[in-house]
Design a protein around this ligand. Sequence first.
Ligand SMILES: [Zn+2]
Length: 445
Amino acid sequence: MRYLLTAFAAVVLAALGSVSQVAAFGLIRDTEIEATLDRIANPIFRAAGLHPATVNIYIVNSSDINAFVAGGQNIFLFTGLLTRLQTVDQLRAVISHEVGHITGGHITRRNDALGGARGIAIVGMVGAAVAAIGGSPEAGAAIAFGSSAAAQRNALAHSRAEEASADQSGLRYIAAAGGNPAAMLEVLRMLRGQDMQRTVGVDPYAQTHPLSTERMALIEDKVASLPSGRPVDAEDTYWHARMVAKLTGFLARTRSVVQKYPPDDQSEPAILARAVAYHRQPDPQKSLALVNHLIELKPDDPYYHELKGQFLLESGDAVHAVASYQKAVDLAPFEPQILGGLGRALLNTNDPALTEKAREALAGSTRYDKANTGVLRDLALAEARLGNDGAAALATAERFVIEGQFSDAQRNAQRASILLPRGSPGWQRAQDVLAMVRRTQGSSR
Ligand SMILES: [Zn+2]
């Protein structure tokens, strides 16, 4: 999984209290996929009266077919679900149901009732900590689950009344956004089939969102009363297909990738999926040939240049990776993960003349996304190489906050406070970290 971890800068998930009791799931970060999810979800958020910037979508790296909301307006979509949903309308149906839980206020009440299931409370706490430091609504959150995943699913499970209410609201949002409400039935029928096929264990989605015959009947009634929507925008379908292909390329075994996207399939998503799969193998010759083909087809696509930069960097060719990431940054100057990739590639050239440029790219990345632990780690490295020990300590303190390692955060923030000029913006941020750690210590008892 090395490639995945470096590819998608996985957010390490954090826990308060006894770490040994907490099994963490990884969250996946990917600029292109996040942009696609925004494109698909935003019409639903708007239809529900939610400002898109106030809702966070997180991609959970798990083959479980699941989705849930937690810690306020945070929607968690599992890769197992994302790669199985076949249409934009189906994905919108899942998202709209989760939004129905948010607008129904089901989360707030549920959190109060959680009691011993403290893992979920951490979502809000770490999210708030990051927001306190970042001051950004897009700032990351973290999730941590108790040692028993099943116990956690029970804690997340909604009542039948909440399910029915989320369905009804969700269907209204789909219709208001011009989508096809019948897609919700398609999804539930598909998940039911999945449930029946399982011989061992339980279906996670059915546990968090109990399915029942009455529930299906209520949805059928509502769907019959709503218009069937407009055809899905071709651009949305295109980006959705790319998302599924990219996730499949990164997550499935090469054999399954090539089965689903055989070499004679010359569509863009198929080439993309195979490029990623060969990169993971690793087969740099094949993966580079395929990504170059994608760039020929779409020379102005920043994500293809970013992907090529990633392939090169992970194959040890930092110098050429810099050129690809630079091209991606030229095409998309405000994408924090692409800036982070450029910074990492520049650092990996180990050319002292490029360290300042690396620092600039990484600091630029943190201006737009303050919660990327990989970028904060690289920024600390760049600052240290430049002899800026105070700034390095600050970046390390901020990284530890996101990882939930509050005593390490405190230690580094204290060091930054001593090294940075009193009253400077960096010094001020170190004070913010210290104040936040004190609040967290107060609230965890
Ligand atoms: Zn539900």
